[in-house]
Write a protein that binds this ligand. Sequence first.
Ligand code: ZN
Length: 245
Amino acid sequence: MSSEQQNLFGLFEPAPGVHKAPPATDGVVFERSPRARNYRLTLRRDGTAVAVIPARGSVREAERFVAQHTDWLARARARQERRPRGAEVWTLGTHVLWRGEMTEIRQAAIGERPQVCLAADVFRVPAFDGDLRPTLEAHFARRGKIELPARTWELSAVTGVEVKQVTVRNQRSRWGSCSANGTISLNWRLVQTPEFVRDYIIYHELMHLREMNHSARFWARVEEVCPGWREAEKWIKRNGSLMGL
Ligand SMILES: [Zn+2]
């Protein structure tokens, strides 16, 4: 697999070790577009910088292009920082991403304290009025801290890849990461994604414990344990901004 292709799929992670990219491209995702006529740099609402490579372009050329536009990117990032983050208010009736589906927040008619339900899950809230988002996101994070390590241990057993520790955090721009000492860190927002996406991210990090790079060998390992990984990457690209990262 060429370095271009690896960059395509190395979402949120510059492909290390393949070739030396200038530091200006740190955190920039490279995407090849058959329809693009020029190199283009954009900053998505989720904070991901995307460099578009035209049909006949190269990653190297795209890297040079990004390096020439670092000032623009810095200004765009600064503008984004000034915008209030997560400004969207959640109330009864709002549809939010939960376990892979846009799910309506409904009032639950059970219990003495106010509760809402999202599909089959019930969550306590301080009151039905006001912004439910901070409370619900705290609930989601708590679920993530319970469910994601459990699933990681399961898939660790399935794949035989030894994991020392699993941490669940609120990562701004990553779904998962891992370190050579065997620690896997996951974004709690993975509880909001469909199971096949959550599993893919876990498999991805597990395979990094075998191959600490995005080499062809790495992707062959991913393919072996998670044949649906391309679909998962597609889902992530389409829906990443729904996560409010
Ligand atoms: Zn990776």
